[in-house]
Design a binder for this molecule. Structure first.
Ligand code: FAD
Length: 434
């Protein structure tokens, strides 16, 4: 390749596609490089896709995007080994003309998103790994080297959309590699069932869908989350815990997922299904405090590579799409003004991010990842156990006076955590949630 481009985008995931589409649809000459066989072949998500962030990029996406089900019900379960205490929210309001959240399968969705990018003029090369950033003596990024023969290519700006475990940014010293205590390892399986079976099991019809997200003893005291999402003819089920916790406990993610699927609250939902896919991937979980330098001379970083993930609300793809779009808009505006793409001008990208929900949300929860990590045994093991015991005691009618039951429940919380511990946990959680 000897052509010069306005922009090179590394990666064809949510962030890379959003950036590439935004720039090419505004007339910029964009080259996108993806190491996978096809866009999406390397990418893993639960997956919920948030419509309003995609609408800002492709307003009529519902016409042909591969969407599985739109979500009408969200369940949150706190689990011990044999039970769950749940909160459900279901509303017919979610059956709107333009639903707000959909389940998707990334392998299909990324292919579609990438086709849209090519339709607006993006040049995409798959099976092409970027091996190095080309920089001048002053450190300005001028282009990239790839694993293709003679594969150096130049552009005014390089958009690093290489995902959470991208090596290029850390190797070039643009950001640090994520730390084990700030990334989760998630494992996920796809279980296939006829659409009618899924619909009757979850009391849904047509393309309605349900999401269940869980915390509890299945994560064995590690900071972790479980999930179950309904697709058209499959159910995605999985869990993730911090890498540092896995390293410390030596638990096997695969064995944990097997136990999770066998839980009496989950097994009936998967009964009779055929598992056809297994995937593992990292999720950035450190939040606001782990966001690296986001721009420099001739480069910006977007999506998971920039640690944009809201672990509290399980949002990642929407932050990836938003950061990709805002980077693309900033680059287009700078080029339209005929200014060079330097650290000084590219700070516009950060300004746009700061004005958006993305930075505001991550800032709001800046202390929560640290709190959950340092108190994981309480939040993910003791409290779920205590909560289940309390719920069972409350519901079991056995002639024990209610007042005795209440006293016993309160005593079990105090014995486990002490009065001071309970107050301190509640205050810390409230402070971190503010
Ligand atoms: P990615 O999608 O990881 O894309 C990076 C791309 O860069 C890949 O295609 C990769 O092949 C390519 N690449 C990397 N290095 C190079 C290189 N050197 N040269 C060329 N190409 C390269 N988010 C949600 O919003 N909702 C969910 O329900 C949800 N569930 C999740 C469940 C799981 C199990 C996991 C793991 C994540 C989940 N997420 C969810 C998070 C979401 O998947 C990510 O936030 C999102 O994929 C980030 O997009 P991205 O484009 O930044 O990175």
């Amino acid at each position: 390749i000897e052509e010069r481009f306005d922009a090179i985008v590394i990666g064809a995931g949510m962030a890379g596609n959003a950036a590439a589409y935004t720039m090419a649809s505004r007339g910029l000459k964009v080259l996108q490089l993806e190491r996978g066989e096809y866009p999406g072949s390397k990418n893993v998500q639960g997956a919920i896709m948030y419509a309003s962030m995609l609408e800002k990029i492709i307003p009529d996406f519902r016409e042909d995007a591969p969407l599985e089900r739109h979500l009408v019900e969200q369940r949150f379960w706190v689990m011990d080994d044999r039970s769950h205490t749940g909160m459900h929210y279901r509303s017919d309001d979610f059956n709107e003309d333009k639903p707000n959240r959909y389940t998707i399968v990334r392998a299909q969705f990324d292919k579609w998103f990438s086709r849209k990018c090519r339709e607006v003029g993006v040049t995409l090369l798959c099976e092409t790994t970027v091996t190095e950033l080309i920089r001048n003596d002053a450190g300005k990024v001028l282009g990239v080297k790839t694993d293709r023969r003679g594969g150096a290519v130049f552009a005014d700006v390089v958009v690093l959309a290489e995902g959470v475990n991208g090596l290029l940014g850390p190797r070039a010293g643009l950001r640090a590699s994520p730390k084990p205590e700030t990334v989760a390892l998630a494992v996920k399986e796809m279980h296939f069932l006829p659409a009618e079976t899924i619909e009757s099991r979850f009391a849904i019809k047509g393309d309605e869908g349900v999401v269940i997200e869980m915390v509890g003893t299945f994560s064995k005291g590690m900071t972790g989350l479980g999930f179950l999402y309904t697709n058209k003819e499959s159910i995605s089920v999985g869990l993730g815990c911090l890498v540092s916790d896995f390293a410390e406990t030596r638990e096997s993610p695969y064995a944990m997922l097997e136990a999770f699927k066998a839980h009496p609250s989950i097994a009936p939902l998967l009964a009779g299904s055929e598992c056809k896919e297994y995937a593992a991937h990292l999720i950035p979980e450190g939040g606001f405090k782990e966001i690296p330098q986001l721009y420099g001379d001739g480069w910006v970083v977007v999506g998971d590579a920039a640690h944009f993930n809201n672990a509290v609300h399980r949002e990642g793809s929407n932050l990836a799409m938003t950061s990709g779009r805002l980077a693309g808009e900033a680059i287009h505006r700078i080029k339209a003004a005929r200014d060079p793409l330097t650290k000084d001008t590219l700070k516009l990208y950060k300004q746009l991010l700061d004005e958006s929900f993305l930075m505001k949300d991550l800032k709001k929860y800046k202390d929560l990842p640290g709190l959950l990590h340092t108190n994981s045994k309480n939040f993910f093991l003791s409290y779920p156990q205590l909560m289940s015991q309390a719920a069972q005691s409350y519901l079991r009618v056995d002639g024990t006076p209610k007042i005795d039951k209440e006293k016993k429940t309160l005593r079990s919380f105090i014995d486990k955590r002490s009065r001071l511990g309970l107050i301190s946990d509640a205050v810390k959680l409230a402070m971190a949630w503010r």
